[in-house]
Write a protein that binds this ligand. Structure first.
Ligand SMILES: Cc1cc2nc3c(=O)[nH]c(=O)nc-3n(C[C@H](O)[C@H](O)[C@H](O)COP(=O)(O)O)c2cc1C
Length: 169
């Protein structure tokens, strides 16, 4: 799949088959995460791989509307490590860039995934911090549930020329 094809056909997958994600694939996803862009190349992030069913179940139980964790065999938590930032205030953008790269890579490898927003939802951040033992000073930013797609949502045309401005507003 080429890059434009991946970007144009990616969609959120929230129901997964039971197949585990092979360790080699997890390694490739981590490689992609580490290659993400960040302001001043600060890489103000940490990643937590979660593939234990009991932990995924506890995360699902602790966070409303996270049913995707009922069937996902894998989730990768993207945390911010703001102390590693070089230009103050950029870490949310850095972590969002990494999270999006992960989502695209998941799709490009024939898997499915969905972004679960954590920061700045205090209840979700607290639940993830507690269940996964995230230390103080590290911010649980987003979680991506990953697995074999068990649904194929219809892609919609979202083009909206009224949002596009040329050479100024
Ligand atoms: C910052 C952010 C937070 C999100 N949080 C959630 C979430 O908590 N639960 C969920 O089901 N989807 C979540 N999503 C996925 C969006 O709902 C989804 O991207 C959007 O509906 C567009 O659909 P698509 O991903 O299929 O293009 C989130 C996406 C982003 C970018």
């Amino acid at each position: 799949m080429d890059v434009i094809g991946a970007l144009m056909t990616r969609c959120s997958i929230r129901t997964f088959g039971p197949a585990p994600v092979p360790a080699e694939t997890v390694g490739r996803l981590l490689d992609v995460l580490h290659r993400s862009p960040s302001a001043a190349d600060a890489r103000p992030w940490q990643f937590v791989v979660v593939d234990r069913r009991d932990l995924l179940g506890r995360l699902d139980a602790a966070m409303p509307k996270c049913d995707m964790l009922k069937t996902a065999p894998l989730a990768i938590l993207v945390c911010a490590d703001p102390a590693r930032g070089k230009i103050p205030g950029f870490w949310p953008q850095d972590c969002a860039a990494a999270t999006e790269n992960l989502l695209i890579a998941v799709h490009g490898l024939g898997l499915g995934g969905v972004w679960i927003g954590l920061h700045p939802v205090a209840d979700r951040e607290r639940a993830v911090r507690e269940i996964l033992g995230v230390p103080d000073g590290i911010v649980p930013f987003a979680m991506v549930a990953i697995g074999t797609p068990a649904e194929q949502p219809k892609l919609e045309d979202r083009r909206d020329p009224s949002r596009v401005h040329r050479n100024g507003w």
